[in-house]
Design a protein around this ligand. Structure first.
Ligand SMILES: [Cu+2]
Length: 271
């Protein structure tokens, strides 16, 4: 369903995720509702300016308005807002936080914020994240990945660029190395604070290939505005290519050009 006339005219980044359409519909509805309220209250305000001007009313009225219409209108607005919250917002939110996808199709990765960039860590075919040691952090190993950990030998790490295949469920564990950041992909309609010491997952299903901006949406220091990364939504084949090339560059132990996913494990053991 596509219902985003007003919000697109106002410049929202085009949606590219499966769940984003329901969020857009709600945003669109809210905007029309607010436009209606604005027009209603605005014309009421203009009317009172004209109706109660000093020239026509030299003496103040001590009885005031006798109509109950404003109370009824306020009641109507309240009911509409409860409906918006309970019938639209709450179910969408419940779906986001309690219906995490499972199964072999899921791509699971970590996004680790630091001043002022994003690092990414993907599990290899073992579907396990390798240990990270603060003392191993260096320019070439910004996540401090311990390659001697049995779970780490096939892990992929990347900085500034995150790739995912189109139409697959993506779970991102959002983390931080230093201060509070916020991992936000406007086109995917997801955002999550990155809290030091916490691992907080979010998920989405990208439905359009292309490059999208990942931003930090929480003021985190001097260069907060430069804290960007790129999300590339690839076709399955392009994703495999990227994964294999980047896995090798980042020091993962792999064989051949096989895809490093739980579905197609082709690895050498750690040595
Ligand atoms: Cu930040």
């Amino acid at each position: 369903m596509k219902f985003a006339l007003l919000i697109e005219a106002l410049g929202i980044a085009p949606n590219a995720s499966q769940h984003g359409y329901s969020i857009d519909s709600m945003l669109e509805m809210l905007h029309w509702f607010m436009l209606l309220l604005f027009a209603g209250w605005g014309s009421f305000y203009a009317y009172t300016l004209w109706r109660f001007q000093a020239k026509k009313n030299p003496k103040a009225s001590y009885t005031g308005a006798a109509s109950h219409l404003p109370t009824k209108l306020e009641g109507g607005v309240l009911v509409l807002e409860v409906v918006l919250l309970m019938a639209f917002a709450a179910p969408i939110w419940a779906d986001r936080v309690s219906q995490f996808p499972t199964g072999p199709d899921v791509i699971h990765l970590r996004a680790v914020g630091q001043q002022f960039l994003w690092n990414f860590q993907y599990t290899g075919p073992d579907a396990k994240f390798g240990d990270r040691e603060p003392k191993l952090v260096s320019a070439s190993n910004p996540l401090g990945l311990d390659r001697n950990d049995p779970d780490a030998f096939d892990d992929l790490t990347a900085t500034g660029e995150m790739h995912v295949p189109v139409n697959r469920p993506i779970i991102v564990d959002v983390m931080s190395k230093d201060v509070i950041h916020d991992f936000c992909i406007p086109n995917m309609r997801v955002a999550q604070d990155a809290i030091p010491g916490s691992i907080i997952p979010l998920w989405f299903i990208p439905v359009k290939t292309g490059s999208y901006e990942i931003v930090c949406a929480q003021l985190c220091g001097n260069n907060h505005s430069l804290m960007k990364a790129t999300l590339v939504v690839d076709t399955e084949a392009d994703y495999e290519k990227w994964f294999n090339e980047t896995a090798k560059l980042s020091g993962a132990k792999v064989v051949g050009t096989e895809m490093l996913t739980p579905a197609a494990p082709t690895l050498v053991a750690s040595h």
